[in-house]
Design a protein around this ligand. Structure first.
Ligand code: ATP
Ligand code: MG
Length: 441
């Protein structure tokens, strides 16, 4: 992608409405543009990151054997009246009347809708466990939308739902998602800590939030520092392994967000120097709620004896749009964003420092033209001065930069810069092909 042809409206100054660093950086790097309170348009750079996160989340759901579907954003109120949540949900729900005066709503979550799909289509225990997910925009009319995409009103969520024949099988499914979540967050370059949590309006008896440590987070978290070293090998775990014992290991460490925190127990089971208390950002939340919805909505199947059984359910969310902000909170410096490789909008930025110099430009164009995957490279071919180019490239956070200036002509060398370490090295132009290959561009 040539920058001269790319819509990247970067800002010099931090907009005054942004309180936290991720919100500032997302606005400054032209990733998003506010539409109204808590509602954003995603511009090219932001959309690219959002899609990369979405695709990693999707890939890990697929690997865990979850089926992708797509449910609508608008739901009929009748389903929510059946479950009893229509009144309970309160002002966070955006309620709409259609032209026939039918009550509709913009979905804040999809337990009712999925239970309806299930009961219409699944009749036998033989089809269980059934695991379904979708990635769809949600609307919650939050009291205090803030921090940009971190607490939006419209936000993108991956939500999955499970149906099992009994509680034991349903808990196995819960553990499957627990592992899937650890794998997903690790791939996104995040250390997400599973924490015992309250179930809130979703209901149920078993729940974990996945929280990343960040001083701008809204949750207070208490945990045993040893849990951070658990799960270093999470990518090696296969779904054929004994997942329950792996999950039990995680659960054996003390970790809880504030509503579930029990100071006496914390003091009892965690050594003083291992006790951690900080702020965190909730990036995912899983719930096991048994028959709460299947009971009220009559989602039954026939068991092996031909008897009607109410299915056991769970639901599993990941805040995809919130993750964009959360990743920036955990990976930036004073110059801007530092994208983890897996979600970086481009793997490489190339800067032509002397766009007005024909010889330098001809080399820079040649380097760019030898790139196979141009969708992963941003080529700064704009007529700005060097300072503007450097700070813009640092701001948008691409992990690798190649800087092409006069030395390319006089000595046949260009500069490589690692965004994270800020280390630079000179590279011979004829060695550049290898480097590009390493970067897989
Ligand atoms: P929170 O406690 O942050 O309000 P929640 O517990 O209400 O979140 P869930 O119903 O568990 O949210 O939704 C699943 C995930 O969706 C959350 O873990 C979070 O990552 C994301 N999410 C929830 N609300 C928002 C929001 N207003 N803006 C962006 N992402 C959100
Ligand atoms: Mg939650």
């Amino acid at each position: 992608m040539k920058l001269s042809n790319y819509f990247l409206p970067v800002l010099k100054e931090s907009p005054s409405e942004a309180e936290i660093v991720s919100h500032k950086l997302m606005l400054r790097s032209g990733m998003i543009s506010q539409s109204s309170s808590g509602i954003y348009s995603w511009l090219p750079l932001g959309l690219k990151v959002l899609k990369k996160i979405e695709n990693i989340v999707r890939d890990e759901q697929n690997k865990a054997g979850v089926n992708e579907i797509l449910m609508p954003t608008i739901q009929p109120a009748d389903l929510w009246k059946e479950s009893g949540r229509y009144e309970d949900y309160g002002k966070e729900m955006l309620r709409i009347n259609d032209r026939q005066e039918r009550e509709m709503l913009y979905g804040p979550t999809n337990e009712e809708q999925i239970t309806d799909i299930f009961r219409r289509n699944v009749k036998s225990y033989k089809e269980l466990p059934m695991l379904l997910y979708h990635i769809q925009w949600k609307f919650r009319d939050e009291l205090r939308p803030r921090f940009g995409v971190m607490r939006g009103r419209e936000f993108l969520m991956k939500d999955a739902y499970s149906f099992d024949i009994n509680a034991a099988s349903s808990e196995d499914t819960y553990n499957r998602f627990f592992i899937c979540y650890l794998k997903t967050f690790a791939r996104l370059g995040l250390k997400a800590i599973p924490m015992a949590a309250d179930t809130g309006p979703i209901g149920g008896d078993l729940s974990h939030e996945f929280i990343i440590i960040s001083n701008t987070g809204e949750s207070d978290i208490y945990f045993d520092n040893n849990i951070l070293n658990e799960g270093n090998k999470i990518s090696d775990i296969s779904y054929d392994d004994d997942l329950n014992s792996i999950v039990e290991k995680f659960k054996s460490y003390y970790s809880a967000s504030d509503e579930k925190h029990d100071k006496a127990r914390f003091d009892e089971i965690v050594q003083k120097e291992k006790q951690m208390n900080s702020k965190g950002i909730e990036v995912g939340h899983i719930f096991h709620f048994g028959t709460k919805y299947s009971n009220s909505m009559k989602a039954n199947v026939l068991d092996s004896d031909g008897k009607e059984k109410t299915v056991h359910m769970g639901s599993y969310g990941i805040g995809i749009s919130r993750l964009v902000g959360a990743i920036i909170e955990s990976s930036h410096d004073e110059s801007g964003i530092i994208w983890p490789d897996a979600v970086s909008p481009f793997r490489l930025g190339i800067i032509n420092l002397k766009t007005k110099d024909d010889e330098v430009s001809s080399i820079a164009n040649k380097v760019y033209n030898q790139i196979n995957d141009k969708s992963e490279v941003l080529f700064d071919d704009k007529n700005d001065n060097a300072g503007v180019k450097f700070s813009r490239m640092d701001l948008i956070g691409l992990p690798n930069q190649i800087i092409i200036g006069s030395k390319a002509v006089s000595e046949g060398i260009v500069e490589y810069k690692n965004r994270k370490s800020r280390e630079t090295e000179f590279i011979n132009l004829d060695k550049l092909g290898e480097l590009l290959k390493e970067m897989n561009v």
